[in-house]
Ligand binder design. Structure first.
Ligand SMILES: [Zn+2]
Length: 422
């Protein structure tokens, strides 16, 4: 009985936080004036919050393993409670979207389409995401179990056995992360409607920037979906990867349709700059060190509980670990987001200063992409992150344009500045 109560408490935490956030969001929204462009931005924020809550819920499920394994009833209850919590979260998310919509009936219809028709893409994404997570755990578990078998076979002391198991768990964690990073291009073209770019003229235009930077060419992928308002470009995978691991440059169809040659060159230069500046590696090592740090904290907490807690306390103190874990994961995501923002600004600078991209073309491309993605350029205080930033980590476009104009003033502006100074 206590086990089920504990599972309920764990699952309820993300649900309650999400419900409170949703109420706050509704209240804050009521105080603001209407703006046609804003609803897309708000929807993006709601989706992001829903995604984070789902991750928190799945994390709670994985963290409650020891409680669920107490007996078969607890195992079944854990599964049902998590599924129930996910359904309640989806309900909160949908009702929030309907309540902020200017046309609630249209919003309801959109949600219905997403959950039935659009379910294909969502289902595929979910399938591949779970496969990725599963393989991650299998690798970590395999390393730990394998080293335990090895230590038993070698007949080493208890202390040596512990050291071997801990080291190989870390090694397993690192290997799983490397595999996930390396397989990111494969993962993306499985989840998204991707198609290899075959137009030689377009390939020539894109390849030029890679050749200029002295980089090996990745695969070029087009993300189909002309009707969706989504325009973006990004690179994935390790530059040295081959076969399944070959890195990819992904360009959305709407991006290719709306940018002219110069703008496309500027955007590709920005992506090449990410590679030249080794931003993916930087992100990978940050994530890896946070992951290992998190394992350390988790191990320390479980150690303290195992040593210090008296039997009736153990169960409830066991909840501390998962709760701490969720807090840490949110903190890490925030930090990673700010790191991504810094990388964006660096890549903008590198694209112009080193790759020779045209400043005006890059600026107009950024503005066009924001326009397609439904993010208003005006009406937001400067410096405030745009709505898409939690999703893509991109800093507000105003900020990027401001820095580009500061670092690369056009000749006319420069001479005006020097006149003013004189
Ligand atoms: Zn970028």
């Amino acid at each position: 009985m206590t086990a089920i109560l504990q599972l309920l408490v764990l699952s309820a935490i993300p649900v309650v936080i999400f419900a409170l956030w949703s109420e706050y969001f509704k209240a804050a929204r009521a105080l603001q004036s209407d703006d046609e462009n804003e609803s897309l931005e708000l929807e993006a924020r709601i989706r992001m919050a829903g995604l984070l809550t789902t991750i928190a819920q799945l994390f709670m499920f994985m963290a409650s393993g020891s409680i669920r394994h107490e007996n078969p009833t607890a195992g079944l209850a854990g599964l049902l409670i998590t599924l129930g919590a996910l359904v309640v979260q989806a309900q909160i998310q949908w009702s929030l979207r309907v309540s902020i919509a200017k046309d609630p009936a249209a919003a309801r219809e959109k949600i219905r389409q997403e959950t039935s028709g659009g379910g294909g893409v969502f289902g595929r994404a979910l399938l591949w995401a779970s496969l990725g997570a599963l393989s991650h755990f299998a690798i970590v578990f395999g390393f730990a179990a394998g080293s335990l078998l090895f230590a038993n076979w070698a007949g080493v002391s208890k202390a040596a056995m512990l050291a071997i198991v801990i080291c190989s768990t870390f090694a397993g964690f690192g290997s799983a992360m490397i595999l996930n990073f390396a397989l990111a291009p494969l993962f993306m073209r499985k989840v998204l409607p991707a198609e290899q770019i075959s137009d030689p003229e377009l390939i020539g235009k894109i390849a030029e920037s890679f050749v200029r930077a002295g980089l090996k060419l990745p695969d070029f992928w087009l993300i189909k979906g002309g009707e969706t308002r989504f325009a973006n470009a990004w690179v994935a995978g390790f530059t040295s990867g081959r076969g399944w691991f070959r890195p990819g440059l992904f360009l959305s169809e709407s991006l290719l349709k709306s940018l002219d040659s110069n703008e496309l060159r500027a955007v590709v230069s920005h992506e090449v700059a990410h590679l030249s500046l080794k931003h993916l590696q930087r992100r990978f090592f940050t994530a890896l060190s946070f992951g290992i740090g998190l394992i350390f904290v988790a191990a320390a907490v479980s150690f303290v509980i195992a040593v210090k807690a008296t039997p009736p306390m153990v169960g409830w103190m066991g909840l501390l670990g998962p709760v701490l874990g969720v807090v840490c994961v949110f903190g890490i995501m925030r930090y990673l987001g700010s790191q991504v923002s810094r990388c964006e600004l660096e890549a903008d600078h590198h694209a112009v200063a080193v790759m020779g991209a045209d400043v005006e073309a890059l600026i107009s491309a950024l503005k066009k992409l924001d326009g397609i993605n439904g993010i208003p350029l005006s009406g937001r205080p400067p410096g405030q992150a745009s709505a898409m930033s939690p999703l893509t980590g991109h800093p507000a476009t105003e900020k990027r344009i401001e820095l580009l104009r500061r670092d690369f003033p056009t000749p006319r502006e420069a001479s005006e500045d020097s006149r003013k100074a004189a």
